[in-house]
Ligand binder design. Structure first.
Ligand code: HEC
Ligand code: HEC
Length: 169
């Protein structure tokens, strides 16, 4: 009976995470964001970083040299995106992952999500070669391992790593 209840709770919380505003990190549906920020990688959710970081990343000189590439955008779009990202950043949200990201970042600027202490810690048991392999390329490509990344779901049990398979603790 006890394991039955446990299973029920597990299933219920899983389904909850799928649709509740507190479960997943809200998906980016903003047209300007999709147009400008999903060409080279999947659309990182605003809830993966804090407001000071988004503001910094969206500065003209930062975009000109965005992780070694030029991601410059139209000025009106840039102003729109700063406001959009800041008002949907981790510290404004109630889902569990964004709460953890927000408290682990404080008001520090950390341009790489993979360098946020909470995110870094969560991956400490994952071998470096699994990130650097051809099919993943780097820690930045969350969606190559997290099947639900585009939907804002980053749960351990939805991880499928190329050339490794399901993640088991
Ligand atoms: C011209 C291609 C290009 C465009 C356009 C672009 N990016 Fe990037 N972005 C990159 C590259 C390259 C990286 C580094 C990827 C890596 O380390 O493998 C990156 C990394 C990032 C990261 C850090 C991921 C991590 O944790 O390492 C964030 C956040 C990000 N981009 C957000 C944005 C936003 C927001 C926009 C729109 C304003 C944008 N990008 C537009 C190429 C681009
Ligand atoms: C090489 C594959 C891989 C990549 C790339 C990757 N992750 Fe993960 N991630 C994992 C694995 C495996 C775990 C589970 C680790 C564990 O339990 O020890 C995990 C765990 C997590 C967790 C914690 C889940 C939980 O339920 O506690 C979060 C949040 C997360 N990843 C977010 C991200 C984000 C955001 C990115 C991109 C910036 C990313 N991951 C890139 C493989 C990856």
């Amino acid at each position: 009976m006890r394991s039955f209840i446990l299973l029920f709770i597990l299933l219920a919380t899983h389904a909850w995470a799928e649709w509740s505003p507190w479960g997943n990190i809200p998906v980016m549906t903003d047209k300007v964001y999709i147009e400008n920020c999903t060409e080279c990688h999947f659309g990182y959710q605003a809830g993966l970083l804090n407001a000071p970081t988004w503001e910094k990343m969206l500065q003209v000189e930062e975009l000109e040299n965005h992780f070694g590439t030029d991601a410059s955008i139209d000025e009106a779009d840039r102003i729109h995106l700063i406001e959009f990202l800041k008002s949907n950043s981790a510290e404004t949200l109630w889902n569990k992952k964004s709460r953890k990201i927000a408290s682990s970042m404080g008001d520090k600027v950390i341009l790489r999500i993979s360098e946020v202490p909470y995110i870094k810690k969560k991956h400490e048991d994952v071998k470096e070669s699994l990130f650097t392999q051809e099919k993943v390329k780097s820690r930045a490509h969350c969606n190559r391992c997290h099947e639900g990344a585009a939907k804002g779901l980053f749960e351990e049990d939805d991880v499928l790593i190329p050339n490794h398979g399901r993640w088991q603790d």
